[in-house]
Design a protein. Structure first.
Length: 160
C-alpha cells in the first residue's frame, strides 16, 4: 500500500509547487529524513504512513514562503493537505492525524508522540541543510530520537 501512495502524493506536491524547486527539494528532504528516522525507530506501518504523508505535505499551506524555525506557537493551516488527501481517497482518521502533525510540527516544547517528534526532527534537519537555521543547541533543544540525533551528528558534527 505504501509503495503506491507515497509516489502519488509526491507527484501531487511537485505539481503544487511547480516552478518552485526549493520547496520541492525541501519537502523531499523532509520526507527522506522522516522516512529514515521512522523506520530506524521501528514505527508501525500505519504510523509510518501517516508520518510520511505529513512529511510530504507539511508545508503545503506556505506556498513560496521560506521555512521558519521553531520559535514558539506558529501553527500552519493544514486545510490544503486535508483537501489533497481527501481528493485522493484517504480515510478520515489518517487525514485528521496528518493535519494534526502539520499543525503542530513547528511548536517547540514537550512532544508526546513519536510521529510528531520525528517530523520536527526531519524538518529541522532539512532547514539546517538549507542554511535556514543554526545547529547551535539543536541537539539539546530539538532532538529526542536516537536516529535523528545520529543523523544530526553525521550531517553537522559541529552541533555536538
Amino acid at each position: 500500500m505504501l509503495r503506491e501512495i507515497i509516489p502519488q502524493v509526491t507527484m501531487e506536491m511537485a505539481a503544487h509547487y511547480t516552478g518552485n524547486p526549493e520547496r520541492i527539494r525541501h519537502f523531499m528532504k523532509v520526507w527522506g529524513y522522516a522516512r529514515t528516522i521512522g523506520q530506524l525507530e521501528h514505527l508501525d506501518r500505519r504510523t509510518q504512513l501517516i508520518l510520511e504523508l505529513a512529511a510530504l505535505t507539511h508545508g503545503i499551506g506556505d506556498r513560496g514562503q521560506a521555512p521558519e524555525s521553531c520559535t514558539g506557537e506558529q501553527p500552519e493551516n493544514p486545510t490544503s493537505a486535508e483537501a489533497l488527501l481527501a481528493r485522493l481517497g484517504y480515510p478520515k482518521e489518517i487525514i485528521q492525524r496528518v493535519c494534526w502533525l502539520i499543525d503542530h510540527h513547528r511548536i517547540c516544547g514537550e512532544r508526546t508522540s513519536p510521529d510528531c517528534q520525528i517530523l520536527i526532527e526531519a524538518d529541522f534537519l532539512a532547514n539546517l541543510d538549507e542554511g535556514n537555521l543554526s545547529p547551535d543547541g539543536a541537539r539539546e533543544k530539538i532532538f529526542r530520537t536516537e536516529s535523528g540525533t545520529a543523523l544530526l551528528d553525521a550531517l553537522f558534527p559541529q552541533a555536538n
